[in-house]
Design a protein around this ligand. Structure first.
Ligand SMILES: [Zn+2]
Length: 93
């Protein structure tokens, strides 16, 4: 059985899609309602891409597929994704 990596492995591939560090964003799992930073998720990855699963209920939060000329991001299990625009420390969800 493949061991999960931590969410920090997504810093390169996902940050290339957005102008923010995706690992420091918070997301709510659509399966169980857990709110956590993407870096806290369980990541199964490579060689085709990454499957990011909820740390509590194992629902698929994100899928990142890397190809030679593009990247594809799917967020089937994310209810919402919060991107902080200022580093004010922890705040609500
Ligand atoms: Zn969950």
């Amino acid at each position: 059985m493949m061991r999960p990596l931590d969410g920090n492995v997504l810093a390169g591939p996902v940050s290339g899609l957005f102008a923010f560090d995706a690992t420091s964003t918070r997301a709510q799992c659509d399966g169980c309602g857990d709110v956590a930073m993407i870096a806290q998720a369980m990541v199964y990855g490579e060689p085709m891409g990454y499957v990011v699963r909820c740390r509590l209920c194992d629902s698929v939060l994100l899928v990142v597929v890397e190809r030679a000329r593009h990247r594809l991001l799917s967020m089937p299990g994310v209810r919402w994704l919060r991107v902080d625009t200022q580093d004010d420390g922890p705040a609500g969800p």
